[in-house]
Design a protein around this ligand. Structure first.
Ligand code: GLN
Length: 200
């Protein structure tokens, strides 16, 4: 049984809990899904999801709760939207003092498509997905990726939408969009990766 956390400080928490529970049933990998609200809740997690929301707020709350350093010790991390901003080595448009985990070798532009009103949905070119429309809510753009980063899903304009990286024995998955709103297939993929990382 895997123990999967969903960071539950702010943002799209319940959608991820439900998508992960569905994914567990769909792919037959047993998982206990827990909401992580403080440092203690991170103990014993095999993987964690960092939901979308507002990266400035999330960063502040994580720092206050003393969770930033502990998150970095988790073997598999899946960040969506604001979660991806937290995971990026470089995120442009951060506010002063906004701290991140800086785990993935990518450069991200925050709020690159404009305001909340410029949110959109799109079918992605991705071997894991069919023709589900995936939502981009006040989304960041993945500007550039480092050598070890693999693109799993692309937008129609060719831009990266979902990326992954294995680094120093850990696995990172990042989405500029919100797959949890329309499918659990990306969660299934993450669960399989989390299982592999647990085996070592
Ligand atoms: N615009 C938000 C930020 O910069 C991210 C939006 C989202 O997570 N849907 O943190």
């Amino acid at each position: 049984m895997l123990k999967i956390g969903v960071l539950a400080l702010q943002g799209n928490v319940i959608e991820h809990v439900k998508a992960m529970q569905k994914a567990s049933e769909a792919c037959g990998i047993e998982a206990q899904v827990v909401q992580a609200r403080d440092a203690q809740d991170l103990e014993g997690l095999d993987a964690i999801i960092l939901p979308g929301g507002e990266s400035t707020t999330l960063s502040l709350l994580l720092e206050r709760a003393g969770m930033l350093g502990l998150l970095k010790e988790i073997n598999a991390i899946f960040g969506t939207c604001a979660g991806l901003i937290l995971m990026a080595k470089k995120a442009n448009g951060k506010i002063e003092g906004q701290k991140g985990l800086e785990l993935m070798d990518v450069e991200i532009d925050r709020n690159a498509y404009g305001s909340q009103l410029d949110s959109f949905e799109s079918v992605l070119s991705c071997a894991l997905l069919d023709d589900e429309k995936i939502m981009f809510i006040r989304a960041p753009k993945i500007k550039s990726i480092g050598a070890g980063v693999n693109v799993l899903a692309k937008l129609p304009d060719g831009g990266a939408a979902i990326i992954e990286q294995e680094k120093e024995g850990k696995y990172y998955l990042g989405a500029a969009c919100h797959p949890e709103m329309s499918t659990c297939k990306i969660h299934e993929y993450f669960l399989q990766k989390a299982k592999e990382m647990k085996k070592g």
